[in-house]
Design a binder for this molecule. Structure first.
Ligand code: NAD
Ligand code: MG
Length: 384
């Protein structure tokens, strides 16, 4: 039996993770749950899954939960989340928090030497080498939960060092594939939230529409597999059946295929190195008939280029990129910024702050905060 702690339990990945746990026939047991501010939803999940300890980062939400739920303990605030992780005795921490708010909890889990199933890609985008070095130092295993990276992890397991030539990350292309930048000018929030193949949380769905999600995933792959950026390609594949490919030194290319269902990636990480049975239809290649591939359009979707530039610059630049993106996406969702305004704000923030060397996690938290301020200023100026 594996003891699992689920952070960001009320979200898209969190609830699907609880579904995977419920199907595990006792192989997995949940020892704690966290959320940001969704008190009612988190209490309902704690009741349904017999969990005795929960954490809510928002103090008001934590107070509401403590009033409504007396069968267990509610840990409030950022400190409460740290305690939930450090005192959990979990064998595996699943981090499904959205945004750079997930970095702190990642650092706590790795510092404690706990294995980490990481859906929160922003932890790797912002934390980079500091995160992977910490995992190595404490002996924590870092298992990705992202369909492409799960696929690559799977394909590379057992491959001797030095055999990997290139990684290919596939992208659905999002709801606006094929449009020009001018045609993207007036797109609405509702249109941007209509992802063609995956059902996900709001932030990552917008990231998929701008292609920033692929940019973040290139950085995530670089840190997970130690692959140089010029050996990581992005290919648009609208059917979302091939999740990733790895090209090896002997000319073979391995691909990972499956229906777009995140429970495959979640099940892989939670049960690793074992496998579990999931209720998915087998792939019917004849029914699918064709799988197509095309190059991403970086003119219409500049976020992919911006992410590659920030990655190359290194230092704090990826943290700046990520924070500016989070603020811009939030403003787009609130109707304060246009869709094309998202890359505009990120590019401006990167130009203003650039990248500086990283000495510690503190440098990264400071860069994140600065970038948030600059991005908000720019959004204000564009609206004026
Ligand atoms: P979501 O918005 O559905 O859920 C986010 C969760 O994080 C919620 O439980 C929320 O309460 C919690 N949260 C939000 N802000 C917080 C804060 N400041 N502090 C603590 N907790 C906070 O998001 P999601 O779609 O499940 O995505 C979660 C992560 O997984 C993201 O990093 C995303 O990029 C990654 N991911 C998601 C998918 C997917 O299919 N949804 C696929 C691949 C990767
Ligand atoms: Mg992905």
């Amino acid at each position: 039996m594996k003891r699992v702690l689920i952070l960001g339990a009320t979200g898209s990945i969190g609830t699907q993770a609880l579904d995977v746990v419920a199907r595990s026939e006792g192989e997995l047991r949940v020892v704690g749950l966290s959320a940001g501010r969704s008190a009612e939803a988190l209490v309902a999940l704690a009741r349904a899954h017999g969990v005795e300890r929960i954490a809510l980062t928002d103090e008001d939400a934590a107070a509401r939960a403590a009033e409504a739920w007396t069968d267990g303990e509610v840990l409030p605030g950022a400190d409460g989340l740290v305690r939930l992780i450090a005192e959990s005795g979990a064998d595996l921490v699943l981090n499904a928090i959205v945004g750079s708010a997930g970095l702190g909890p990642t650092v706590v889990a790795l510092s404690e030497g706990m294995d980490l199933a990481l859906a929160n890609k922003e932890s790797l985008v912002v934390g980079g080498e500091l995160v992977t070095t910490l995992a190595e130092a404490t002996g924590s295993r870092l298992i990705p939960i992202d369909s492409e990276h799960t696929a690559m992890h799977h394909l590379l397991t057992g491959e001797p060092a030095g055999t990997l030539e290139r990684l290919v990350v596939t992208a659905s292309g999002g709801p606006f594939r094929g449009r020009t930048r001018a045609e993207l000018e007036g797109v609405t929030v509702a249109e941007a939230l209509k992802h063609p193949t995956w059902a996900m949380g709001g932030k990552i769905t917008i990231d998929s529409a701008t292609l920033m999600n692929k940019g973040l995933e290139v950085i995530e792959a670089h840190h997970l597999f130690g692959t140089p950026y010029d050996r990581i390609d992005v290919v648009v594949h609208p059917q979302s059946i091939v999740h990733a490919l790895v090209q090896l030194c002997d000319g073979s290319t391995l691909a990972h295929l499956g229906h777009p269902d995140m429970r495959v990636a979640i099940g892989y990480a939670l049960h690793h190195p074992d496998r579990t049975t999931l209720p998915l239809e087998p792939l019917d290649l004849v029914k699918l008939a064709q799988l197509t591939f095309e190059a991403p359009d970086e003119q219409a979707f500049p976020c992919l280029r911006l992410a590659r530039e920030a990655a190359k610059e290194g230092g704090t630049a990826p943290a700046v990129l990520n924070a500016a993106n989070e603020v811009a996406v939030h403003s787009f969702l609130n109707g304060q910024l246009t869709f094309n305004g998202i890359p505009e704000v990120i590019e401006h923030t990167l130009e203003e702050l650039g990248g500086t060397p990283v000495h510690s996690f503190e440098t990264l938290y400071a860069a994140d905060a600065d970038a948030r301020d600059r991005a908000a200023e720019r959004i204000g100026a564009l609206a004026a």
